[in-house]
Write a protein that binds this ligand. Structure first.
Ligand code: MLT
Length: 398
C-alpha cells in the first residue's frame, strides 16, 4: 500500500487551523483574555428569521409520516434547485434547475470538483488565493501555476500574464470575484477576456462566487454566466455561508451548464454521476432552510445582515485611514487587505496584533507567497468587537 505522497508537498497545517492553534496557545497562556476575532471569515450574526422558521417547520415535517423525507436527491431537491435558478434570473441569467447542484458548501465543492478532470492537470491560481484551491490541487497531484495578483495589476491578473512558455496553457483556471483575500472584483470586460481565453484554449474556469452578495457597485458581474460564452467554459461555485450566515449550517450550490463539454464528455452528466456515487445529498431540513433565503422575506433579511458587516468594514476603513495605512477591498467584499506597516512580515504583524492588542487577523503569506507583507481583516465580527478592534488598531498604529 502506498499512501498519497502528494500530502508531503502540503504545508504542515491548513492556514486557518494554524491560526486557531496560535490563538488557543495565547488563551492558554492568558486565561480569560478576550480576543477580537477578525481572522477566518466566520459570521457572527445568527440565521435570519425566515430561515429559522423554515428550519423549524422542516423539523416538524420529519415528525409526521405524511410529511417525512428520507434520502433526498443527491443533486439537490427540486424546490431548492428551482429557487436558486429563479435567483439567477434576478441577475439576468437563465439556468435550467438541472444545471444547479445543491452542496454542503463551497469549500467542499472547490476540491471535490477535481474529480471530473483527468489526472496531471495544470492549474492556474491567482495568488494571493483562498488556500484550499492550492491545497486541493496539490493533493490531487496537479501542477499549480501561480499567477501574481498584486498592486501592480490591481490584484486582477489577465490571461496574457500566464507564463505559457514555462507551463503551456492552463487546463483549469480558478477565479474568485469578489476576491478572497484582496476584495478585488473583475469588471465584465476583464472577466470576458478570461472567458474568451478559456474557450480558445479549451480550459475550464472554476468561478468562486462565494462573495457575490457583497457587490455594491453596478456593472460588476455577480455570476460569470452574465457574460456570453461562459456556459461553454465555466463552473460556478457558490455558498450560503457568507450570504446568509450558513457557515455552521452548511449549504451551497454549484452550477454546471449543460453546454459544458470537453473531449466529447458532458460535465453536467459527469457531476450527476459523481454526486449520486459519492454523496447522499444535503439533508431535507437544511435544504428547506436554504430555500427560505431565496424568498422575498429571506432576501430582505439577509441584506440587513450584510449591511451590518458592511458597516463593520466602514469602521475598520476609517481606522486604517486615520493612521495612513494602505488597504484594498472592503467595498464589494467582506475583507480588507492592508499593507503591513514598517515592512513587517505578515506573521510578525499577526503576532504583534495578537500579543499587544488581542486582535486576530490573517497573515497575507497564508494566501501564498505574493501575500507576504499584507494582512487580511474579516468584517464578519460583531459590531462591538469590530469597533473596539478598530480603536485598538488606531492606538497601536497611530
Ligand atoms: C476565509 O476566511 O477565507 C473563509 O472563511 C474560509 C472559508 O470559507 O472556508
Amino acid at each position: 500500500m502506498t499512501p498519497n505522497t502528494n500530502y508531503r508537498n502540503l504545508k504542515d497545517s491548513y492556514l486557518f487551523a494554524g491560526i486557531a492553534k496560535k490563538t488557543r496557545a495565547y488563551l492558554d497562556a492568558n486565561p480569560g483574555a478576550h480576543l477580537y476575532r477578525m481572522g477566518i471569515g466566520d459570521v457572527s450574526l445568527p440565521l435570519c428569521g425566515a430561515v429559522i422558521e423554515e428550519l423549524h417547520r422542516a423539523v416538524d415535517d420529519q415528525a409526521q409520516k405524511s410529511t417525512f423525507h428520507g434520502y433526498m436527491p443527491e443533486v439537490g431537491a427540486d424546490f431548492l434547485r428551482e429557487a436558486i435558478a429563479a435567483y439567477y434570473k434576478t441577475h439576468g441569467v437563465t439556468l435550467s434547475p438541472d444545471e444547479v447542484f445543491v452542496s454542503s458548501g463551497a469549500s467542499d465543492e472547490l476540491g471535490d470538483i477535481l474529480d471530473i478532470f483527468g489526472r496531471d492537470k495544470t492549474v492556474m491560481i491567482m495568488e494571493p488565493a483562498y488556500p484550499a484551491y492550492v491545497d486541493a490541487n496539490i493533493i490531487a497531484g496537479n501542477t499549480v501555476i501561480r499567477l501574481a495578483a498584486g498592486e501592480e495589476n490591481g490584484f486582477l491578473p489577465m490571461p496574457h500574464e500566464i507564463p505559457t512558455e514555462k507551463y503551456g496553457a492552463a487546463d483549469i483556471i480558478y477565479i474568485c470575484s469578489p476576491n478572497n483575500p484582496t476584495g478585488a472584483v473583475f469588471s465584465a470586460a476583464a472577466l470576458k477576456q478570461w472567458i474568451d481565453y478559456a474557450n480558445e484554449t479549451d480550459a475550464v474556469i472554476i468561478f468562486d462566487a462565494a462573495y457575490e452578495a457583497f457587490i455594491e457597485e453596478d456593472g460588476i458581474p455577480h455570476s460569470i454566466y452574465e457574460l456570453d460564452g461562459a456556459d461553454t467554459c465555466a463552473i460556478e461555485i457558490c455558498s450560503l455561508s457568507k450570504t446568509a450566515g450558513f457557515t455552521g449550517t452548511r449549504c451551497g450550490y454549484t452550477v454546471i451548464p449543460n453546454a459544458l463539454e470537453r473531449g466529447g464528455m458532458n460535465f453536467n452528466r459527469m457531476w450527476v454521476r459523481n454526486r449520486t456515487t459519492k454523496t447522499n445529498g444535503v439533508s431535507y431540513i437544511i435544504q428547506r432552510g436554504a430555500a427560505a433565503v431565496f424568498t422575498e422575506r429571506g432576501q430582505k433579511e439577509i441584506r440587513e445582515a450584510i449591511a451590518v458587516y458592511k458597516q463593520n468594514a466602514k469602521v475598520l476603513m476609517e481606522a486604517l485611514d486615520a493612521v495612513n495605512i494602505t488597504y484594498f477591498g472592503g467595498k464589494n467584499a467582506p475583507y480588507l487587505w492592508m499593507k503591513c506597516p514598517d515592512n513587517m512580515g505578515s506573521w510578525e504583524f499577526f503576532d504583534k496584533l495578537l500579543n499587544q492588542i488581542q486582535v486576530v487577523g490573517t497573515p497575507g503569506e497564508g494566501f501564498g507567497a505574493c501575500g507576504e507583507g499584507y494582512f487580511r481583516f474579516s468584517t464578519f465580527g460583531s459590531p462591538e468587537d469590530t469597533a473596539e478592534a478598530a480603536k485598538r488598531l488606531k492606538m497601536l498604529l497611530g
